[in-house]
Ligand binder design. Structure first.
Ligand code: ACO
Length: 399
């Protein structure tokens, strides 16, 4: 049920809704979620079907341009993205300003924001074609920047993009090739990577997307807005959850220690939460988690990987789902519960997980920004507050 309260504001009234539990901030035709039923649709297409049958770039086309591409549209879109994969050579110098043990998200935040300094002079955020060009650049350059964060961290030379490879394979190549030895891309790993991108591509008005919209609502440079999204995503309650989830599984270590951690998650005096569990909107199984669990099994089987953390995760899920605490609060595994295990199997280090989420979500962020800026009635986002400070009082000069 939706109550349109816009008219109230004109009379000085506003709603008080900390955490925006019951506030719709915009109209959008991009993504639909039914949290009670565990449904997620992008432009009307179920996420399960997209994860199984569509490539990430097809999903990008849907989110940004409104519909699934036909063959010609897809080829043109893919070519456009491939033409934009290089970053300006001076971006390299930004990296040299970072300590090489910096968190990759700190570097990504800085370098995405720095793109504002390369694309500003002809930028008109009210021009449709210009907005689309920004979106293409961002979708194309994010894998390059993310791989550069990794290479800088481990002290290896940057690897330039290769446009003869698929979007996912190019990313893997930039991550894992070294001049002395080209990385051999397994089709199973390429497929799993692409699927991880798809599963994280958009999720309507989550914290980072709302951040991008709010930043963009003032007419700000879109690259700076995406940097704001990266910052918001970093927190462990949002995109940082897959990194935190893997750390939690490592800390649990063995199946026999699970009850101890379940008890801690239920203890109100302990700040510990089961990472990868619970969601603001899903009060049922997160459909992305189901696909991710399948992907996890596929990758493990095809790569013949054995990881005791997968056993811990599956047992933890089983015990939690049978526990009345989790049932009563409708806490189910979310997408991040299994994504960390898949990323680990692919060889991605834990501190890169959130960067990969940011790479995948960039298309969602920029599609929402584009949708917002396309609305002729678009207004600056400006929430009100419930003031709890002093009433008016007399100021006494310090002297
Ligand atoms: N473990 C234990 N208890 C939990 C958990 C959890 N993971 N999540 C929520 N709860 C409990 C809370 O303690 C609270 O209990 P109370 O009603 O007795 O106070 C109740 O469930 C509701 O939780 P809220 O924090 O009010 O729910 P909210 O919608 O604000 O938070 C969130 C959602 C942030 C995702 C939360 O479930 C959480 O912290 N989960 C762990 C982090 C995580 O996995 N984040 C990824 C989200 S998905 C994504 O960003 C891709």
């Amino acid at each position: 049920d939706v109550i349109d309260i816009r008219a109230l504001g004109k009379h000085g009234y506003f709603t008080y809704d900390p955490g925006f539990m019951a506030t719709g901030s915009c109209e959008s035709s991009i993504t639909f979620i039914d949290g009670e039923k565990g449904v997620l649709l992008h432009r009307g297409f179920p996420i399960e079907e997209l994860a199984r049958d569509a490539s990430y770039l097809e999903v990008c086309h849907m989110l940004l341009h409104g519909d699934a591409p036909n063959k010609e549209e897809y080829e043109e879109f893919e070519n456009t993205i491939k033409r934009h994969t290089m970053v300006h050579e001076q971006i390299h110098m930004f990296f040299h300003g970072f300590r090489n043990d910096a968190h990759p998200m700190a570097m990504l935040n800085g370098t995405v924001g720095a793109m504002s300094s390369f694309y500003h002079s002809d930028l008109d955020v009210h021009n449709f074609d210009m907005r689309v060009r920004c979106a293409h650049r961002l979708i194309a350059k994010m894998p390059t920047l993310v791989a550069m964060c990794y290479k800088y961290n481990i002290g290896q030379p940057f690897v330039y993009p290769r446009n003869d490879l698929s979007y996912a394979a190019n990313f893997l190549n930039m991550m894992f090739s070294v001049p002395a030895e080209e990385y051999k891309i397994s089709p199973a790993v390429e497929r799993a990577m692409d699927r991880i991108f798809t599963l994280h591509a958009d999720h309507e008005q989550n914290a980072s997307t709302s951040t991008v919209r709010l930043a963009g609502s003032s007419g700000a440079n879109p690259y700076a807005c995406i940097a704001a999204g990266v910052a918001s995503l970093w927190g462990p309650a949002h995109g940082g959850a897959n990194e935190a989830c893997l750390q939690m599984l490592e800390e649990i270590g063995t199946v026999d220690r699970i009850p101890e951690f379940i008890a801690r998650a239920k203890d109100k005096n302990d700040p510990f939460r089961l990472m990868g569990f619970g969601h603001r909107v899903y009060k049922n199984y997160d459909p992305r988690a189901t696909v991710m669990q399948e992907s996890c099994r596929e990758v493990f089987a095809e790569l013949d990987v054995k990881d005791p953390l997968l056993d811990v995760a599956m047992e933890l899920e089983r015990i939690a789902l049978e526990d009345p605490y989790f049932a009563e609060k409708k806490l189910f595994p979310n997408v991040d519960f299994y994504s960390g295990i898949v990323l680990k199997a692919i060889g991605i280090p834990t501190n890169m997980f959130t960067c990969i989420f940011a790479l995948s979500r960039t298309v969602g962020w920029i599609s929402h920004w584009h949708e917002m800026m396309s609305d002729p009635g678009q207004k600056i986002g400006r929430p009100r507050q419930l003031y709890t400070g002093h009433t008016e009082r007399k100021y006494t000069p310090i002297k």
